[in-house]
Ligand binder design. Sequence first.
Ligand code: CAP
Ligand code: MG
Length: 431
Amino acid sequence: MAKIDWYMEFVDLHYKPAKDDVIVLFYYEPDAGISKKEAVGRIASESSTGTWTTLFRMPPRMKKLQAKAFWMQGNYVKIAYPIGLWEEGNAAQLLSGIAGNIFGMKAVRNLRLIDATLPQAYLKHFKGPHFGMEGIRKMLKIYKRPLTGAVPKPKIGFSAAEHAQIGFETWMGGFDFVKDDENLSSTSFNRFEDRVRLLAKMREKAEKLTGEKKGAFINITAETEEMKRRAKMLADYGWDYCMIDVVVAGTSAVQTVQDYCSDLGIATHAHRAMHASFTRNPKHGITMQFLAKIMRLIGVSQIHSGTAVGKLVGSKREVTSIADVLRDRRVKPLPGVLLEQDWGHIKSAFPVASGGMHPGLIPDVLGMYGTDLVLLVSGGIHGHPKGTRAGAKASMQAVDAFMAGETLAEKAKTAPELAEALKKWGYYKPK
Ligand code: CAP
Ligand code: MG
């Protein structure tokens, strides 16, 4: 009788990957009655050239395009994909393969894409970030400390004028950026155009009063052509950045808008809302470090990466691996977490720590990340007993203390805003 399936042809434990293969590390659990080899053969097959059964005729090219599971250890497998499978410069197509149908196969109970090594032959078709961390620092003339920002809170509900006024207070307290929240775009009570205009007025005022450069991450998330229109408006009003909710907008839309923003000379702040729907389960889905890799590849200037101590999930190990993927030129492998990656010509991107932050947690976060990051403290400035401006001051004092090697308690003796923040929140870790 003819063989029904050909999955074993996708497993070759003697295979030595070629220099330009894309290598992917997966965690997997076979379904009952399926051996590990059968499971990984199916993963390699369905994510490359496979179908569920043997065929009668195939052009010889097919053989060369087959992925190969070449390394198995415990519940981990590495699969090598020939470069010819992948379209030049099309990140969405890569995801349709290595992060596509395979998550729904009956043969695997759980499957998690942990990381991928992208060879130079793949990277060379992408531009990556337009500025890199260095370029952003040069643009802002802030060379050592973390960049700081805050979202007006509550998240949504302020009019454009109210929003701009809170932004002004945030800037006056010493912060660099005012950020929109992920679900604020252009609503009846706070139109994008009004916010851009009114914030720009306030920005000029704050820049005059402080002598510092002030910016904003204003959310352009919408249909792709509309995002481009909004990005253009931001550039026209002298803003250096736009913000996009990159997961909900989708890889290709982000890539299109990203290229357009690079042409306009503006940077992009990537919010990751919805990522936890596929990054949170440790056995299934896609890791945040891999999402961060795709976003650096397509060129965002910075992306949310967690705090470990704040209100949202994310362990210290996860947070630091995301930071490595975004910042390092050569990422070192970490078993079960990261594969090695040489980024070649692709510039770096800033990680962004946000979510449940307040001054008392700033040393923890800076201790974990170092100072090359964007630090967002939102509820934790507006909830300061003396208001937003004092809250931003308290956070900047906490940053200064960390950079001077002082404890917050010491610093608070000469920093009344910080003292007051510590009285309210102490070192509380929110949930
Ligand atoms: C933070 C935040 C961010 C989250 C996103 C919020 O506000 O604006 O969206 O940080 O999470 O709405 O929760 P608070 P992450 O500072 O008031 O908590 O950065 O982990 O993707
Ligand atoms: Mg938010």
